[in-house]
Unconditional design. Sequence first.
Length: 85
Amino acid sequence: MPKATISSEQVRAARALLRWEQTDLCRESGVSLATIQRLEGRPGPLAAHASTVEKLRAAFERAGVKFLDANGEGAGVRFSVPSRT
């Protein structure tokens, strides 16, 4: 089953949760900085190839971020494991 799409707002929130700059996400995901900037600049679901979205999602998930689907209260992000900081 394909994973639900993620939004630019969730990407920015996930970066904030991890204290990542766009360059950190670029390094961790293998997605170009220009693409990340373009995707984050447009509100709503990411307008990108499924493979690009999956690279971004995978980078965040490896770092411990979980994407929450909209379930009547809105989509979001959270740590999937307790933070050790």
